[in-house]
Write a protein that binds this ligand. Structure first.
Ligand code: FES
Length: 90
């Protein structure tokens, strides 16, 4: 099962492909500032992908609309992973 590791704390959790990074963060009690509850409306749940960007699907329509996201920045409520990733929370 794919593993998500959160920095700077180093928490990690194995998840299945139906779990978002936001949901993975909740499993290990890491805050991703998900103020809209994962609805894709607040754009506050940004994580920076440090490793494994190739293991995350393409950006969603919501993510593409957020002009200030770098290629490595993702909305944690919008992305599901297919392999191991390491992300940094802000
Ligand atoms: S939780 Fe609001 S956009 Fe992700």
């Amino acid at each position: 099962m794919p593993k998500v590791t959160f920095l700077p704390g180093g928490e990690s959790v194995e998840i299945d492909g139906e779990t978002t990074i936001r949901e993975a963060a909740h499993l290990v009690e890491v805050s991703v500032h998900d103020r809209c509850g994962g609805m894709g409306a607040c754009c506050n749940c940004i994580v920076t992908v440090l490793e494994g960007l190739e293991n995350i699907g393409p950006k969603s329509v919501v993510e593409e609309a957020v002009f200030y996201l770098s290629p490595e920045d993702r909305l944690s409520c919008q992305c599901r992973i297919t392999g191991d990733v390491t992300v940094k929370t802000i």
